[in-house]
Ligand binder design. Structure first.
Ligand SMILES: NC(=O)c1ccc[n+]([C@@H]2O[C@H](COP(=O)([O-])OP(=O)(O)OC[C@H]3O[C@@H](n4cnc5c(N)ncnc54)[C@H](O)[C@@H]3O)[C@@H](O)[C@H]2O)c1
Length: 266
């Protein structure tokens, strides 16, 4: 529950999209622990209401679909009513597995829509509702710079997020608003649970990660807390990998792993 304590984000208002689960949930918990009030926005309203019940009134649950202009406008209105945003995290996103040859256009568009226009709309509406000197954080991915066979739509969208972050930093710098991106490697969340089902995939991830492990959501939340705080006052337009050094090696061979799984099921 809410407690009286001093934290680096005391008195700040933050928005986190995709706050009901995984990385977004961990960032919400961390910002709350650091003293912020957090608008926890998600299509999963029950999930963010649960967070509100467990953490208290400094978590404000809101239904929000980041692919909808109306939805984000409503979130921005609530933020403005509360005095304006200091921090926004464009976190909601998901991937899919399909080769380019087999990819359905509908699924390609759905991934792109969530991961790229969804981030654009979040940045746009957050910036409109943000006080000067705020901090916007986008969640891209290791796959924004490291290709993965079978993840064409996701990789393409995340590469776009990295560039969008830099352009937003240029455009918003005059208002003292900093815009940065966090690029996680493999993080254990519900979104990646399939990797634990396909034999060998997680081992291959870990072998190709310099620090020899996968991440927990709190690893990403620590970087978000830094980028949200005054400790990063002169940091903007940058992408921060939280990947344990995975970008220095290679991405796992997902098509071979999925082929092995299919063969073992026959
Ligand atoms: N897990 C990883 O290994 C990993 C690695 C790199 C980047 N990322 C990125 O981190 C972000 C969070 O991923 P995660 O692993 O925590 O996933 P997750 O599935 O655990 O959580 C995603 C959350 O987003 C919400 N969401 C989905 N569509 C939405 C929409 N249209 N509007 C609002 N909310 C919506 C879901 O309800 C869910 O609560 C994503 O952008 C993902 O691409 C994850």
């Amino acid at each position: 529950m809410d407690t009286l304590r001093e934290g680096p984000l005391d008195g700040r208002l933050a928005l986190v999209t995709g706050a009901a689960s995984g990385i977004g949930r961990s960032i919400t918990e961390r910002f709350h622990a650091d003293g912020a009030t957090v608008i926890a926005a998600d299509i999963d309203l029950a999930g963010v209401e649960l967070l509100h019940r467990s953490l208290g009134d400094r978590v404000v649950p809101m239904h929000c679909d980041v692919t909808s202009t109306e939805s984000l406008a409503a979130v921005a209105e609530e933020a403005t009513r509360r005095g304006g945003l200091h921090i926004a995290v464009a976190n909601a996103g998901r991937g899919t597995y399909s080769s380019i040859l087999d990819h359905s256009l509908d699924e390609w568009r759905a991934i792109l829509d969530l991961c790229l226009p969804g981030v654009f709309l979040t940045v746009q509406h957050s910036a409109r509702a943000m006080v000067d000197g705020g901090s916007i954080i986008t969640i891209s991915s290791l796959n924004g710079t490291q290709p993965a066979a079978g993840m064409g739509a996701y990789c393409t969208a995340k590469a776009g997020v990295v560039m969008l972050t830099q352009v937003a930093a240029m455009e918003l710098g005059a208002r003292g608003i900093r815009v940065n991106s966090i690029a996680p490697g493999l993080v254990e969340t519900s979104a990646t649970s399939a990797f634990w089902v396909v034999p060998g995939v997680v081992d291959e991830f870990v072998e190709n990660t310099t620090l020899g492990r996968f991440a927990q959501p709190s690893d990403v939340a620590s970087m978000a807390a830094f980028l949200a705080s005054d400790d990063s006052a002169f940091v903007s337009g940058s992408m921060f990998r939280v990947d344990g050094g995975a970008s220095t090696k290679r991405y796992p061979d997902l098509p071979s792993a999925f082929q092995r799984l299919a063969a073992s099921a026959e």
